[in-house]
Design a protein around this ligand. Sequence first.
Ligand SMILES: Cc1ccc(-c2c(C)sc(NC(=O)CCCC(=O)O)c2C(N)=O)cc1C
Length: 357
Amino acid sequence: NPTSASSKTYIDPHTYEDPTKAVKDFARELDPNLIVIEAVIGGGEFGDVCRGKLRKVNGRDVTVAIKTLKQGATEKTRLDFLSEASIMGQFDDDNVIYLEGVVTKHHPIMIVTEYMENGSLDTFLRLNEGKAKLDVVQLTRMLRGIGSGMKYLSDMKYVHRDLAARNILVNKDLICKVADFGLSREVDGDTYTTRGGKIPVRWTAIEAIDYRKFTSNSDVWSYGVLCWEMISFGERPFWNWSNQDVIKAIKKGYRLPPPMGCPDALYKLMLDCWKDDYLDRPKFEQIVGILSNLIQTPNKLLLLAKQTFVFIINPDQPNFAQITSIDEWLHSLQLDHYIKQFKSYGYMNLSQICHFT
Ligand SMILES: Cc1ccc(-c2c(C)sc(NC(=O)CCCC(=O)O)c2C(N)=O)cc1C
């Protein structure tokens, strides 16, 4: 219908008596003779991740990614492995990874998708921090793409539950696509099963942590953390804090600080995604609108968020009394890399920023 892009609703493979029927319904069975594996590019929970070629019906070969299921897997492992295909096969959006098909009638069992040359977003960001190709407008374009993919999924009534930079894939044109659709997953180092498994705490909304209320509104919270990862070039949210410290801080109202050089408009969007009341958070449709507007008027991205610094100043430090300039003070803390930032805010001497407790 003209109003919503997809009036289709996602069907949970678990609701099938015979889950193998879910795979048949949503994933095309491929002839393994049409597939050539060229290289192993990674390892997953179930087996190798490979790059290869798939011969399409028009006779052309396309580069694909292939997940293979290791030999000797149990029936349950096989069904868990293939559940990703029966979920992915229901989606058709430019910002959701595309399923070419599966091989289930021959060994090794495979899932074949489009090839995403730049791999997972978190690794890509860490490898490319500070590179010209990843200026703040490009990062905003990537965030808009992910928001668009998430709008499509939320319109399909699909709740992701593990939205994070590690679960986004990037292709050669820097297009970002939502990936990692599984009923049981590797998550943030812990294994995670939808039936009450471990939760990726630092990405998860407070109501989902407290009483497992996972909705598209809690996916919006995770999206806000993903925005923080993007502008931080793959920094770990809450650094090395323990999960318990993260939960305590969030419950006290603490939120992640703006990443270095973060546009104020983007930090405001992050804070909106982290509202305690999930009804106060923006919907993905609104998020895409906000980001599209910022991309069309990049000047709005020039105003940077106010950085707040809390440094423990030790007045007993021997030469502390003599230090008056910002340069000397930051140098004494081995924080010279902040000098430029403090000066950009017009701070020249300590009296302007010191609040002695
Ligand atoms: C079903 C599915 C889901 C995701 C993938 C997939 C990965 C898990 S990783 C990767 N691509 C890369 O890592 C490219 C990096 C190449 C390199 O480092 O040389 C993909 C993917 N789709 O491209 C694969 C499948 C089958």
